[in-house]
Ligand binder design. Structure first.
Ligand code: URA
Length: 425
């Protein structure tokens, strides 16, 4: 019998499982334009409301992967993916760290999505960095330096690009099977047999609660296994920005400070991710991997970062001179109005504030951002510096009030933040 889009939508409306044949049909006909946006929107909403079982989600992942090309390397590579967070610059620490240990990293990254930052936007802070290298160049740079990070190419999981844009317009992003298939279609197409997922939950993440993050992680790990890939997922907290800097230049500043030895949450999570990838790549236990990773980090990874940035045409002056990243027309400090402990820094509020700063300028959006001068748990006095804003537009009293509300000050010392919840294998 002929497959009809009407029947597929109706099946999902009635909570029935779609077959592989039906899912392949929808994806290929949507890409070719035979299935319309209206029909696809209706199916996506039915999936959002009624879900998909794990087998359907795997079929959807594979159909989206098959809509583009799949990369093949002639040597082992690893890949890492974050579901997106605020001040999440782990890729920029982790990549030179692993490369310095002889583990090749092949990474295609995205731009910022909503309030979550994008690695590609941050890499462009290094003037001249070409995020659009061809596959041959990607391959050459990985062989030469041990790692390459470029923008997601349009011919990887082509269907996902089109479906994601429609989901963005039709309020159908927040669905675990749709997120899992979108992420995994791209990861499977990228050719690495070892994939580490950093699944974040909390105010600054797609997944607002831990339970959903764990469901999403388990599903993605299962999809990877069905495809004979080694996939693990780290569940991590995204209620508080990961580093002091939020905004492209400020986040790169935090990366350089971390590489230079500052102890912070960005270092903690980067070491955790690198340790897991090292365990996966070398089949060693956690203690051995952690020790190797710490030795490599302490030896220094600055030269490796420079080598990688250089290989993509990027200028490395900021790596030697991070203070230059904070040059902007206006530098505005906000002071605490009371004494106490910093018990929360609301990642979503901070990210929204920085987004607003970026929207005010046509050029140099990367320069607009903030640096937190305090961390959760710090004891502060009224008048102490809370946050510094770097902007090319003047900061108003309302702006100051807006960013201040992201900082909660209490009399009681808050509980220590649990940054890493668990690892799902
Ligand atoms: N990131 C993706 O790549 N896809 C989603 O659906 C959500 C986040």
């Amino acid at each position: 019998m002929d497959i009809l889009m009407y029947n597929i939508i109706d099946k999902k409306r009635l909570r029935q499982a779609l077959t592989k044949e039906e899912i392949d049909w929808v994806v290929s006909n949507y890409v070719s334009g035979i299935v319309s946006d209206a029909e696809m929107s209706s199916l996506l909403m039915a999936i959002c409301l009624n879900g998909m079982n794990d087998t359907e989600t795997y079929y959807l992942t594979k159909a989206m992967q098959a809509s583009g090309k799949t990369i093949k390397f002639s040597y082992p590579t690893v890949d890492k993916h974050s579901t997106g967070g605020v001040s999440d610059s782990t890729t920029l620490v982790l990549t030179p760290l692993l490369a310095s240990m002889g583990i090749r990293v092949a990474k295609m990254s995205g731009r910022g999505l909503g309030t979550t930052g994008g690695t590609i936007d941050k890499l462009e802070v290094f003037k001249g960095y070409d995020v659009y290298k061809s596959f041959d160049e990607f391959n050459r740079i990985i062989k030469e330096t041990g790692a390459s990070i470029i923008a997601q190419s349009a011919d990887i999981a082509t269907a996902d690009k089109k479906i994601y844009a429609l989901r963005d317009k039709t309020a159908t992003v927040a669905s675990i099977p749709l997120i899992a298939s979108s992420v995994m279609s791209k990861k499977l197409a990228m050719g690495s047999n070892i994939i580490l997922l950093d699944v974040k939950y909390g105010k600054g993440a797609f997944m607002q609660n831990k339970r959903d993050a764990i469901r999403l992680a388990k599903l993605m790990v299962k999809i990877g296994k069905l495809d004979n890939k080694k996939v693990w997922a780290v569940i991590s907290n995204m209620n508080v920005p990961l580093a002091e800097g939020v905004g492209c230049a400020q986040e790169v500043y935090s990366v350089i400070k971390t590489i230079d030895g500052e102890e912070n949450n960005l270092k903690k999570i980067s070491i955790e991710l690198a340790t897991n990838l090292y365990m996966m790549a070398k089949n060693v236990d956690r203690a051995a991997a952690l020790s190797e990773v710490n030795i490599a980090f302490d030896k220094g990874i600055k030269d490796k970062l420079k080598q990688i940035v250089n290989a993509h045409g990027g200028a490395t002056e900021y790596i030697d001179n991070p203070d230059k990243l904070l040059e902007s027309k206006y530098v505005t400090t906000i002071n605490a109005s009371e004494s106490g402990y910093i018990s929360d820094i609301d990642a979503l509020n901070v990210a929204r504030f920085v987004m607003e700063l970026k929207q005010r300028v046509d050029n140099d959006k990367y320069r607009q951002g903030i640096i937190s001068n305090v961390s959760v748990g710090d004891r502060i006095l009224a008048g102490d510096k809370l946050v510094t804003i770097y902007s090319d537009t003047k900061i108003s009293v309302e702006d100051k009030d807006a960013i201040r509300t992201a900082y909660t000050i209490t009399n009681r010392k808050p509980k220590k933040l649990k940054l890493i919840e668990k690892v799902i294998k």
